[in-house]
Design a protein around this ligand. Structure first.
Ligand code: ADP
Ligand code: MG
Length: 699
């Protein structure tokens, strides 16, 4: 069957070498199957026409039927354009071209009947349509009924006839050759369970649906195929990894854990923390290498979990390390962990970029001699010279800051790979976790420590600044501390710094010495100065911390109760949530004030509203996914991993889950693909696994 699908595109009726060339270059269509997979991006109902006088003033895509009255070129040079007057029984509008004038002009003749499709824009009191799609009615005997697929095209493609119509014709030539050639790889029992249409029907109907319903069913089938194969692939990779990669066996919980738990733990664990520690303990004793993602909202107590897991490693005779994305955060982990372990006979050390050479030497030696139990640090932990005696577990905090490649460096440090626990800064939507980390096990802390008051979040415009200052003053008088965060965006860095500094000045003026003390931290400061200022705030020597997002992640000052975010419309949702998470860590009522200008775009409005509505990081991450899309959330480091053509991780959440469930069901039924009805699927998976090397190996 694959023979036909793999036929070079120029052999399709009506294509030929020259047009084949442009399809390859412009649309990456090389073979029949590429054209088959060149999906329309929407459909036009051929029976629905607007009248020019009825075009809604809200503007938008319209389909019109009428005739060309006159054609003229206007202007010269770059401003040159082609204008055609178009009339229907109700009125007139202009069709306008700025590009491809020489190509389109000879095709237009006064009196010609055409269908026009495009975006109508209002100019004064008249509508016009720029670069419309046209169909000449006399080319066909009559206007067709039903739906027409609309395909992406480009000027170059259009020059060689690949308008949306041109693609439609090519598809018309293609589909008959594929009758009975498209086989279902997905086993019949799944198709039946879900009520999917056959793959052939799906491909035919996505291009030539009779009704919208048909096109939807077709899309559902094709999306399911994409997601199901992806989930199967991820699960198989996970299986392969688990089979192949042995891990250290931590057979006992060990004395350090028990002693800590009995005598030094500062609070009672939440149920979620207990459950997660249990899940991890099970992994660690299984003899299989652990590769686990720990998800938890800001402030849910991931650090304590990390510490207790490291204690298990130590109790089994191994070393542990925890890696954070910034020196500030590493420092804080170091101090927190050292404090919690103060009364225990363990050695905790810190290694960051700023660690002096002489200290490093001592550290390296002690580490290799096995004298250090826990090493806390930043990227500095990944340097080649950092060698452990026996690293049993590596914990990576706030994972989204690390690239896959960086993580894999930790891997290379032992003969057996250390167990790995990756902790997220804020929750990732479930669909993304299932797709991007589908080959990891996932633990979720879905509960905050008790006694926390909901942070109150409010949106304030610039005009309420005086009131905001008064509020700050009142809070400081109650003994609380305040964060004021400014955006720092690369493109507008200079301006952002000016804003930050002038903000700092006006705050310092409004809150003068000796009653008030203001700290400032930003990325251009020397690390020592940063650390100094940070420490002043942590110790409570300063009441206000003016900062950029360098404080975004992880910083823990329980006495801070107000987070003011300036120009908050410039921040992304997960960033806002992460920043807000810096307050509400103590037992006081905490507040987050989102300052904005008056002009807010749709998305910015939605972000601010979402923040005011909920404190739930899991909910926020879902909205974030809808607003930004998966690529932006997961970062470019992950791009290329996902090759989803139709499925949309933001919109098709249920389908992601369904495909995951079905993939698991299949593997339970037939783990080794022995059943005859699974052979085609097995073959397809072999192809996929062969074509894609180890992209998803986090470790
Ligand atoms: P995150 O998950 O955002 O990294 P942290 O680990 O920084 O959260 O914990 C947030 C705060 O909650 C810290 O001050 C920590 O000491 C405290 N905390 C953690 N676990 C508990 C618990 N079980 N009970 C009370 N407070 C806790
Ligand atoms: Mg943290």
């Amino acid at each position: 069957m694959n023979d036909i699908l793999s036929t070079p595109i120029e052999y399709l009726k009506g294509i030929g070498p020259q047009r084949g060339e442009i399809l390859r270059k412009e649309a990456h269509i090389y073979k029949f199957k590429d054209l088959l997979n060149y999906f329309p991006f929407r459909y036009v109902d051929r029976s629905q026409f607007h009248k020019i006088t009825d075009i809604p003033y809200t503007e938008g895509a319209v389909q019109l039927m009428g005739e060309i009255r006159s054609i003229k070129e206007v202007g010269r040079g770059k401003g040159k354009r082609l204008e055609a007057k178009f009339v229907d029984s109700s009125g007139t509008l202009d069709l306008i071209w700025f590009k491809g004038i020489n190509w389109i002009k000879p095709k237009l003749k006064p009196g010609m009947k055409i269908l026009v499709w495009g975006k109508a824009k209002l100019f004064g009191t008249n509508f016009n349509i720029t670069h419309p799609e046209l169909e000449f009615i006399n080319e066909r005997k009559e206007v067709e009924k039903g739906l027409q697929a609309v395909y992406h095209s480009s000027e170059k493609l259009q020059r060689l006839g690949f308008t949306t119509k041109g693609f439609e014709k090519a598809i018309e030539a293609l589909l008959p050759t594929l009758k009975n050639q498209i086989e279902d790889e997905i086993p019949q029992w799944i198709i039946n369970d879900i009520g999917l249409v056959s793959k052939e029907t799906a491909f035919f109907n996505i291009h030539q649906p009779a009704t919208i319903k048909e096109s939807e069913k077709a899309a559902l089938r094709l999306k399911f195929d994409e997601l199901f194969l992806l989930q199967l692939e991820l699960l198989l990779r996970k299986q392969i990894t688990e089979k192949k990669i042995k891990g250290y066996v931590f057979s006992q919980v060990g004395d350090p854990f028990n002693e800590f738990f009995a005598n030094h733990i500062p609070f009672e664990l939440t149920n979620a923390q207990k459950r997660v520690i249990k899940e991890i303990r099970k992994d660690l004793s299984s003899g299989i290498h652990m590769n686990r993602l720990l998800q938890g909202d800001v402030g849910s107590g991931k650090t304590l979990v990390a510490l207790m897991v490291m204690l298990i490693a130590i109790g089994n005779g191994y070393q542990a390390c925890i890696m954070a994305p910034t020196a500030i955060l590493a420092n804080q982990h170091y101090e927190g962990i050292s404090e919690m372990l103060e009364k225990m006979d363990l050695r905790v050390e810190l290694l960051v970029g700023a660690t002096k050479q002489s200290e490093r030497k001592v550290l390296h030696k002690a580490l290799q001699a096995g004298e250090i139990d826990i090493l806390v640090g930043t990227h500095a932990l990944l340097e080649k010279v950092v060698k452990y005696k026996n690293l049993g577990i590596a914990i990576i905090d706030e994972q989204h800051r690390f690239g896959v490649a960086q993580r894999s460096k930790l891997w290379a440090k032992n003969d057996l790979p250390p167990h790995q626990l990756v902790m997220t800064a804020t929750p990732i939507p479930r669909t993304l976790a299932l797709t991007f980390y589908g080959d990891l096990d996932i633990s979720v802390i879905d509960e905050l420590p008790p006694g926390r008051k909901e942070i109150q979040t409010m949106h304030r415009f610039e005009s309420s600044r005086l009131k905001v200052f008064k509020f700050i003053e009142d809070e400081i008088k109650k003994g609380r501390q305040i964060y004021i965060v400014y955006p720092l965006i690369e493109e507008s860095e200079k301006l952002d710094y000016q804003n930050l500094m002038s903000g700092y000045e006006s705050i310092s003026r409004r809150f003068p010495l000796p009653d008030f003390r203001v700290s400032i931290v930003h990325g251009k400061m020397k690390p020592e100065d940063k650390d100094f200022e940070m420490e002043q705030f942590v110790k409570g020597n300063t009441q206000i911390m003016v900062a950029t997002t360098v404080i975004e992640v992880g910083v823990n000052v329980p006495n801070a109760s107000v987070m003011i975010i300036e120009s908050s419309e410039k921040f992304g949702l997960s960033q806002l949530h992460q920043l807000r998470g810096r307050v509400g860590r103590g037992s006081d009522q905490s507040y987050c004030l989102l300052m904005t200008g008056y002009k807010l775009g749709e998305n910015a409005k939605r972000r601010i509203e979402t923040m005011c509505e909920t404190n739930d990081g899991f909910k926020i991450s879902e909205v974030d996914l809808k607003l930004r899309g998966p690529g932006d959330i997961m970062g470019t480091q992950q791009s290329g991993i996902l090759d989803l053509k139709l499925a949309d991780l933001a919109k098709d959440a249920q389908l992601v889950q369904l495909s995951r469930d079905k993939a698991i069901e299949l593997l339970e039924k037939d783990p080794n693909f022995r059943l005859p009805e699974h052979q085609k699927l097995a073959q397809r998976l072999r192809e996929i696994l062969k074509a894609k090397p180890n992209w998803s190996r986090i470790s």
